[in-house]
Ligand binder design. Structure first.
Ligand code: SAM
Length: 237
């Protein structure tokens, strides 16, 4: 058994213990598809990484969550179901190895940005992008920024912020404040996509965002929030 299959079997066993048979079958299929993605493109996105094994030099290290990637099939179904305004810019807050940065350009974003506080993960994301672009012949505009998100300066055109439960409520609150300051300087509709929305109450209590929709795809829960008024968000199906 190689290292990949050992990790895959661990994931399946964990899912069975936590969620029972039906959800385990679904989670297993999703996991297999993610392994096949890396196999097909030669990328390295699927294996989890604990933050203690990384090179993180940030006061917010202990508030961050380990690297794991959003299941590609769920993310694609989500972005197939919704439509953001023209010229939207997608920002993955805590991009890790960059799987979402590979997928998001397929959905018409003008620019795609990933921010992560691990230089090693950023390097891995850049390598994945280069491998994926060579293999697919696609050449989207993707920036990977090595920074703690708290210190990341949000650009005037950035409007779709993706969060796969990257950190605790303290950092989430600071990120929401930063997004709101950016909107004050340059008013525009902005959206949050929150996968595994563990700290949803922080967003709901913040008062600057309204819940637009909740989705379940391939067993994955996503909530979309928008600032007020969120009049340019389209639900396609
Ligand atoms: C669960 S992973 C999500 C990876 C990716 N967004 C995805 O969906 O595939 C969370 C990531 O957030 C990063 N992270 C956690 N706290 C951070 C912070 N304060 N600033 C920047 N990145 C952070 C971690 O290094 C990790 O790569």
């Amino acid at each position: 058994m190689n290292a990949h299959s050992a990790k895959l079997s661990d994931r399946i066993l964990d899912a069975y213990k936590s969620y029972g048979l039906k959800s385990t079958i679904q989670a297993s299929l999703v996991a297999v598809l993610d392994y096949l993605f890396d196999f097909r493109y030669g990328t390295d996105t699927v294996s989890h990484v604990e933050l203690k094994n990384l090179d993180i030099n940030s006061e917010n290290y202990s508030r961050g969550h380990r690297y794991a990637s959003t299941p590609a099939i769920a993310f694609k179904k989500l972005l197939d179901a919704i439509e953001f305004p023209d010229d939207s810019v997608f920002v993955d807050i805590g991009c890790g190895k960059g799987k979402m940065l590979l997928l998001a350009p397929h959905f018409g974003f003008k620019r795609v940005v990933g921010v992560d506080f691990s230089e090693k993960l950023c390097e891995c994301a850049r390598k994945n992008i280069s491998i994926y672009q060579q293999k697919t012949g696609r050449n989207a505009h993707i920036d990977v920024i090595h920074s703690d998100v708290v210190h990341y300066e949000i650009k005037d055109d950035e409007n779709v912020f993706y969060l796969f439960n990257p950190f605790d409520e303290v950092i989430l609150k600071k990120v929401l404040d930063n997004i709101c300051s950016s909107v004050e300087k340059n008013p525009r509709p902005v959206y949050l996509i929150y996968y595994i929305p563990y700290y949803r109450k922080i967003i709901e209590r913040h008062g600057s965002f309204i819940k637009l929709r909740r989705y379940f795809f391939s067993g994955c829960e996503f909530i979309i929030y928008g600032n007020k008024p969120a009049d340019q968000f389209f639900h396609k199906r």
